[in-house]
Design a binder for this molecule. Structure first.
Ligand code: ADP
Ligand code: MG
Length: 656
């Protein structure tokens, strides 16, 4: 059997995984045998058999022996099972609670050879283990064994048993890139589950995934090079520029030039505009939209969150107002009649600019004449969503925008389906944000108090403990700070809040009723509140320089001096502190990104996996970025099979 055929088959083919179990696993992204095989060990144990005579209380051990006595106490599900197991050196009692099923298990009878692992304790003269793990002795292999994380409520041990079964049945068949990658795929998959020192296997798998990605990007780029309406910018664009309160910066002019050339070409545009936070990308997007509108086409701008969508809508409304035009807004909270009316206008082909969230790509939205799709903060969307908006029409130009500064070479490899424009520098008149690493925090609260007394506003970034605890840590910090600054109207913003609630908090912050906003980094990249003068970042050493730079971009958006205060945790090492201090001097996002790449092997360049762009299965650009770049030249020339792509890039494959 073809190895990818096996990897792509449903997990229900594994013994012990029925429909119910499969459904639960599926919710955690494990639908195929291949998905299961990418569930990685979290640790390894040395699993060697110990004679019972050598056991020590409290030290986990593996014992292999023969069952001598079996005794069931009580009845039904809650029955308790006691077994006595003997090896050549002694005897040990095993106890299982809620063990009705063991009473019925025909294997658990005197004479059975069993391998158990557990924590021995002394019970009188006898050793005892309560609820040890066990397998029939014939199935036990001495040596180093993987330990798996639990998943969807299934123990790591059960996950391991299913994985072992999948490995037993894995066809030892060749796969197309075995030769280039120096190790057959099946061997590599086995190795990562059986050998803790399997760097070679890891490298091979990571390379295959990366090559699959590159091949796909190439294919996507070639396939998308199709005819599209020529939207040469004309009068409307000129009027829009003339109506702006300031001239375009050189970087904006350059980006607009690139885009205008693409739009006029008669072939689809696929351009990624990468520019520092505050570089002024929104106006560039507005110009592109104007070009579509003046040719009678529709334009759509998609942002990752409701808050951002609303903010863009407001900004664009201002930009277009002098031309007597008004953009529309479509998010999850636009409902009822308003939504119907809007959808009708879009499906009737009215040439409008619509701004929204991923609501724009939902089934019910039909564009009769979409000419331009704009995706803001594109790295926060998966590949599939990234293309979904442009796929709402035929020959739709695509403009992606990101503030994540990634070195050009890495950006080109990661987003190889797009052309790249880099916007360097900020609009004139901005003072660089004064940045300080504060190890001594005594001056911090008085300084904030002075800022609030003068009517200033600040962000406080609380550490993100765990995804689940995000809200807890933000809320706790907000309570503390509210007690300290009772008149500052302290409010909290976190991922668990409903869009309306977030909107209300941000509105209060924008109006100045709230002067201190406590949030985590996951919340709302790109929020624009020019009156925000300071940002305090706790446990700053956790973040990449580029990410810190983005956060700092929330302040200093006006002519007032902005401040960024980095609070390292007491655990921060000297090297981490030195890294943070780079931010005190350097204000160029791209240079910081390059430093990240050097210092942390790609640092947090792409944002972490929570960013929605988790388009890789094993690769993590924050860890493997530098290697990915190195490997790019090694990519096999032969195009991969369709099954290979479906295995590594299921999200992307599904988009076609
Ligand atoms: P980005 O999306 O690139 O982070 P924005 O488009 O939100 O940046 O712009 C940031 C700020 O800069 C906005 O307040 C905007 O009004 C202002 N701005 C944009 N272009 C210019 C310009 N050419 N001159 C002066 N200010 C500008
Ligand atoms: Mg922006």
């Amino acid at each position: 059997m073809d190895i990818y055929g096996f990897l792509l088959s449903p997990i229900t083919r594994i013994a012990g995984i029925g429909d119910k179990v499969a459904l639960r696993l599926q919710k955690r992204g494990i639908a195929t045998i291949g998905d299961l095989l990418l569930w990685m060990p979290k640790a390894w144990i040395h699993d060697h058999v110990q004679p019972i005579a050598n056991l020590r209380a409290g030290e986990p051990a593996r014992v292999v022996g023969t069952v001598r006595e079996a005794r069931i106490v009580g009845e039904g599900k809650r029955a308790r099972a006691h077994f006595v197991v003997e090896d050549k050196t002694g005897a040990m009692e095993l106890v299982f609670f809620h063990a009705g099923f063991m009473a019925r298990d025909a294997r658990w009878r005197p004479g059975m050879r069993v391998a158990v692992r557990g924590v021995p304790e002394r019970k009188g003269l006898l050793w005892r283990m309560v609820h040890p793990e066990w397998v029939p002795a014939a199935r036990f292999q001495e040596g180093i064994a993987p330990v798996y994380p639990s998943c969807a409520g299934f123990s790591g041990r059960r996950m391991g048993a299913w994985i072992a079964e999948a490995l037993r049945r894995l066809p030892r068949a060749p796969s197309p890139w075995d030769e280039e990658l120096g190790l057959p795929l099946w061997q590599a998959l086995r190795a990562i589950h059986t050998d803790p020192e399997s760097e070679e296997a890891w490298r091979r798998l990571l390379q295959e995934e990366w090559f699959a990605h590159l091949a796909l990007m190439r294919a996507k780029r070639a396939a998308a090079r199709t005819p599209a309406p020529a939207l040469a910018p004309g009068r409307l664009c000129q009027r829009l520029v003339a109506a702006l309160p300031w001239p375009l910066t050189p970087a904006q002019q350059q980006a607009w030039q690139d885009i205008a050339t693409d739009l006029s070409s008669g072939t689809r545009m696929h351009r990624l505009v990468q520019g520092d936070v505050g570089a002024g990308k929104t106006v560039v997007a507005a110009l592109a939209a104007a070009a579509a509108l003046e040719h009678g086409y529709q334009a759509a701008l998609m942002a990752p969150t409701e808050v951002l969508a609303r903010q863009h809508h407001a900004t664009l409304a201002e930009v277009f107002a002098p031309l007597g035009m008004e953009p529309l807004l479509l998010t999850g909270s636009v409902r009822g009649k308003a939504r119907c009316a809007l959808l009708t206008r879009l499906s009737a082909g009215e040439p409008v600019l619509v701004v929204g969230t991923h609501a724009l790509v939902s089934e019910e939205v039909r564009f009769a004449k979409l000419g331009l799709a704009i995706v803001d903060e594109q790295h926060r969307f998966g590949v599939r969503q990234r293309w979904a908006l442009a796929d709402k029409g035929r020959g739709v130009h695509l403009l992606s925008m990101t503030a994540t500064p990634i070195p050009r070479s890495l950006a080109l490899a990661l987003y190889g389906d797009l052309e790249l424009t880099v916007m360097r520098g900020l609009p004139p008149g901005r003072k660089p944000v004064i940045t300080r690493v504060l190890r001594d925090r005594r001056g911090l609260k008085p300084a904030l108090a002075r800022l609030f007394a003068a009517g200033g506003r600040a962000y406080w970034i609380a550490p993100r403990v765990e995804e689940d605890e995000e809200s807890a840590s933000v809320l706790a910090r907000a309570r503390q700070l509210a007690a300290h600054f009772p008149t500052a109207g302290v409010q909290a913003l976190h991922g668990r809040m409903r869009p309306e609630e977030k909107q209300a908090v941000l509105a209060a912050f924008a109006r100045g009723e709230c002067q201190l906003l406590v949030a985590t980094t996951v919340v709302e990249v790109g929020v624009n509140v020019p009156e925000a003068r300071a940002i305090v970042i706790e446990e700053a050493e956790r973040y990449g320089l580029a990410q810190l730079h983005q956060l700092r971009g929330r302040v200093g958006r006006s002519h007032e001096q902005g401040y960024c205060l980095l609070l390292p945790s007491p655990r921060a090492s000297d090297a981490q502190l030195a890294r943070l201090r780079l931010l005190e001097q350097c204000h160029d996002g791209l240079r910081l990104a390059e430093e990240d790449l050097k210092l942390r092997g790609a640092g947090d360049l792409i944002g972490t996996r929570q960013s929605g762009a988790a388009e890789f299965r094993l690769l993590d650009p924050t860890k493997h970025g530098a290697q990915m770049l190195e490997w790019t030249e090694l990519a096999p020339k032969a195009p991969p099979s369709e099954a290979l792509v479906r295995f590594w890039k299921p999200d992307f494959a599904a988009a076609d």
